[in-house]
Design a binder for this molecule. Structure first.
Ligand code: GTP
Ligand code: MG
Length: 227
């Protein structure tokens, strides 16, 4: 039993070390990096499609797509005309830093302002594995239920930004915005929250402006030397 716990802690430690190396690399190149997480079907790829359409003329960006077996999401992003690399975890429930390190060999890092990593659809494991990112962003759709933040608190504790997606469907669900926001603020008072709909486009401009301001802020921040 004890041995098993040590193995998990070793794996996390090794990931933390590599994640720090990736962070230093991204900082040295001035690339703002987002680790994008959320349940299967929360709308991560749909949000990325809308975001790319909104900012690709001003921001040099690329996407790393994490998926169990298929390259369906990568094909959707490729259709938007930006560089994309696929990682297949072959059943693994999260991405880790060694997978990102490998995926980076396929990207021209000197030509990037923004890198977004779409993690495997899962509200639990991905939050434990840093990928050298600047922020963790979570998509929570209103069709999943307003109890999810309190049931899966680690994801919301570790994130900097949560997108409440599919807001166009709110009236067809019993999702209470007050309830969800109350729990989110209890778990992590500093969390930024954006209401969004990929169907109507509501909230996309605000999200794009937030990300653009973060990219600009990173350029003026001193680089990471330690964590
Ligand atoms: N009504 C509505 N449907 C949405 C919205 N966003 C996404 N969808 C739909 O939700 C489904 C799942 O969207 P995806 O973008 O594939 O979700 P995902 O989080 O990337 O899923 P995985 O990669 O499998 O984890 C698709 O049928 C989308 O068209 C939205 O804002 N409103
Ligand atoms: Mg997806």
């Amino acid at each position: 039993m004890t041995k098993q716990i040590e193995v998990v802690s070793d794996i996390l430690q090794a990931n933390d070390q590599l994640s720090l190396e990736l962070k230093l690399l991204f900082d040295s190149k001035g690339i703002f990096v987002i680790n994008f997480m959320g349940s299967p079907g929360a709308g991560k790829t749909s949000i990325l499609e809308k975001l790319v359409q909104t900012i690709k003329s001003e921001v040099k960006m690329a996407v790393i797509e994490g998926d169990l077996y298929t390259s369906k999401d990568a094909q959707r992003i490729e259709a938007q005309g930006i560089p994309v690399t696929q990682i297949n975890t072959c059943g693994g429930c999260h991405l880790d830093s060694s997978m990102i390190q490998q995926a980076l060999t396929a990207l021209a890092l000197d030509d990037l302002d923004l890198l977004i990593i779409e993690n495997v659809g899962n509200l639990v494991c991905p939050s434990s594995y840093d990928l050298g990112e600047d922020i963790k962003m979570v998509a929570l759709s209103v069709t999943e239920g307003d109890d999810k933040p309190i049931k899966y608190p680690a994801m919301f504790q570790r994130a900097q930004l949560v997108i409440l997606n599919k807001i166009d469907l709110l009236e067809y669900t019993n999702f209470s915005l007050d309830h969800a926001l109350g729990d989110i603020k209890t778990i992590n008072p500093a969390l930024e929250v954006f209401n969004l709909s990929c169907r109507t486009g509501e909230g996309i401009i605000e999200l794009a402006q937030y990300i653009s301001s973060q990219i600009a802020a990173k350029r003026t921040r001193p680089q990471t030397t330690e964590r």
